[in-house]
Design a protein around this ligand. Structure first.
Ligand code: ADP
Ligand code: MG
Length: 625
């Protein structure tokens, strides 16, 4: 009562202030003295009181108390003042309620919410919820990293409208969503998402229904970005496919090499005797033209075998250091003739020499195969571009290519503007006999052979093509090392001549042995023949006259050719050596090339070639050991 200053209160005040009734002494015309109000809230309380007094409204405020023992309590104070006719206050009445408990609960809730918010805002997975109409209710900010959208661009909009999935996954995601809205949980559903800029991302999604009052009202989901993992998997699969391909080619190569080897021995005999018979026949003889046909067919068969050998990497290479630019230039004229007039040829050769150690004729074969393919791909004309350069193949490239050592490589690129290839074709082009051409045009051996040749040079072929967009092949060959950077002197092949001297022929294939003997005798040599190394050693010991040359097969029963030669040379140190083989597994196995100073003739050989090699071997022996 304002007039009488009478103050009445309920007992609750003792509990709120934590005092005994005797100790309670209201010294002001209010229940709460300033001392008990929390110092931080005092100014607010005073301000609120003033406002309510001036406006004559009801007071309803919350503030804290700080009790003597340090306890903090929240109270809600409400009161109303009554006024008389003159507008003077007569009395005020109200309540002070302890709301500490409610405040604490609210605070705890607030804390929980902000903790949750912190997780939500900082989690790297995308957390989102979708209502039963498939509209986004919430999306964590991490969505921006995954898809490039800000949460507010998604919230409130229906999932289907947003085009967030690649077409292959729209249906699956829709059915998964319906399942979750039907009460199921899903774990680990993988979808492909599309970001705002079109980037495709892989997401691993799990979802659960959100149930309120027994009703499913929404679904809550987490999407994890697994793009990196997916890419690594794809990479691994690709590697495996490449390895498989390499192994397949290897196996086919071995088969081809095996066949070619036996075939070579047969061809040697066919061609050798064919030629000898031809030499004995007068051109007017009715059999002369028949035998010419036999020789012709034999030669074609020999070329085919050469290709098979090249593919199986069993070819003996005559390696020399050369400038790739020189090879390309020297080959230009021929290539122009091959590609025809409708095709424009452009050359961009590296300014400096690009030196590699290679077999020139083999390298030319590769260039020719690629050029012919380019021409075939451009029936309406186009551009054939040849470029050379030096590139560094790094660890990353090498690790994906079995057998490639990182380092500097010569690069020859042959690009056409032709029809290109689809993936299916691309995956098979290096397989022997794979062709998309008609029987007259294609053998399917061009690229298989090129692949074999390049691999035998420790190099690599790389291809890029798209249907309708042309094709680029790049051939990489290891750059020649510094100490090899000298041009070899050109070996002049002497014309075949009649010779003199004694040749010891060692060959385990009897027809080839006989043929070699016949050719050499026909060329004027004295011949000792042996089908096995032991026999050859015996002959070397027992023969009365000199032995000028040993003509030996590289692989012999029981003993390798070089081993036998060494033994014979202990008895006959003057004897010179010429090896022959169509199949040089041992030579290849060690270096893939002829050792320097070792003479070699490739089977099948013609009469002329053998006579020439033998006379060359006998004539240039002086410098050899
Ligand atoms: P061939 O030329 O006898 O068919 P290849 O081994 O040289 O055999 O080539 C195999 C196949 O690879 C060809 O039939 C063709 O389908 C494809 N090909 C090769 N080079 C090209 C190219 N430059 N452009 C388009 N397709 C090519
Ligand atoms: Mg071809």
């Amino acid at each position: 009562d304002v007039k009488t200053d009478l103050l009445e209160w309920s007992d609750e005040i003792y509990r709120i202030l934590g005092v005994k009734p005797q100790a309670f002494d209201p010294s002001y015309r209010a229940l709460m003295t300033m001392e008990v109000i929390h110092p931080d809230d005092r100014a607010d309380v005073i301000k609120a009181h003033r406002e309510f007094l001036s406006k004559k409204t009801a007071c309803d405020i919350e503030y804290r108390l700080l009790l003597k023992d340090g306890t903090v309590k929240y109270v809600n104070e409400r009161f109303q003042t009554l006024y008389d006719d003159q507008g003077m206050p007569t009395c005020a009445m109200g309540t002070v309620q302890d709301i500490t408990e409610r405040k604490r609960t609210e605070e705890a809730l607030q804390e929980a919410v902000s903790l949750y918010r912190l997780h939500f805002d900082n989690v790297s997975d995308v957390i989102y919820s979708i209502d039963s109409e498939l509209k986004f209710i919430s999306v964590s900010p991490s969505v921006e990293r995954l898809l490039g959208y800000k949460p507010e661009e998604l919230i409130g909009r229906p999932f289907q409208e947003l085009n967030l999935l690649t077409s292959e996954y729209v249906e699956r995601a829709a059915s998964d969503t319906m399942r979750v809205l039907g009460g199921e949980r899903i774990t680990s559903a993988v979808y492909q998402f599309i970001g705002r800029d079109g980037t495709k991302k892989w997401g691993d999604v799990s979802g659960a229904p959100l149930i309120r009052d027994g009703q499913i009202v929404a679904l809550v989901s987490v999407a994890r970005d697994i793009t990196d993992r997916k890419q690594a998997e794809a990479e691994r699969e690709k590697l495996q496919a490449q390895l498989l391909q390499a192994q397949k080619l290897e196996a086919v190569g071995r088969l081809a090499g095996g066949v070619a080897h036996d075939f070579n021995n047969l061809l040697t005999v066919i061609l050798g005797y064919g030629e000898m018979a031809l030499q004995d026949l007068h051109p007017d003889h009715p059999h002369h033209s028949l035998l010419t046909e036999v020789r012709h067919a034999g030669n074609r068969a020999r070329n085919l075998t050469r290709q098979l050998l090249a593919f199986s990497r069993k070819q003996v290479l005559e390696m020399q250091v050369m400038d790739v630019n020189g090879v390309v230039r020297g080959f230009e004229k021929l290539m122009r003739r091959v590609i025809g007039e409708d095709v424009l040829m452009k050359m961009a050769l590296h300014a400096d020499p690009v030196r590699v150690k290679a077999d020139v004729s083999q390298l030319e074969q590769v260039l020719m195969n690629l050029a012919v393919n380019a021409r075939d791909a451009m029936p309406e004309g186009g551009v054939l571009a040849i470029e050379t350069g030096i590139v560094e193949l790094d660890e990353a490239y090498a690790s994906r290519k079995p057998g490639i050592i990182p380092g500097p490589y010569a690069m020859i690129a042959i690009a056409d503007t032709g029809v290109g290839m689809d993936r299916e074709t691309l995956s098979q082009i290096f397989e022997p006999f794979f062709t998309t051409k008609t029987k007259e045009k294609g053998t399917g051996l061009g690229l298989a052979t090129s692949y074999g040749i390049v691999k035998q040079h420790a190099g690599d072929i790389w291809v890029y093509s798209e249907p309708g967009k042309g094709t680029t092949f790049k051939v990489y060959l290891p750059l020649a090392r510094e100490e090899e950077q000298t041009e070899p002197q050109v070996v002049e092949r002497p014309r075949p001549i009649m010779g003199t001297g004694t040749v010891l022929v060692v060959e385990d294939d009897p027809p080839v042995l006989r043929l070699a003997g016949d050719i050499l005798r026909a060329s004027g040599y004295q011949v000792l023949q042996s089908g096995a190394p032991e026999m050859a050693l015996k002959l070397a010991r027992s023969h009365g006259g000199p032995i000028d040359l040993i003509l030996a097969d590289v692989i012999l029963p029981g003993m390798k050719g070089p081993e036998m030669v060494e033994k014979i040379r202990e008895i006959r140190p003057q004897a010179r050596v010429l090896y022959m083989s169509g199949h040089t597994e041992d030579v290849i196995a060690h270096h893939g090339i002829l050792d320097k100073g070792v003479r070699f003739i490739q089977k099948p050989f013609s009469m002329e070639a053998l006579a020439a090699k033998v006379s060359e071997a006998l004539g240039t022996m002086k410098n050899e050991k």
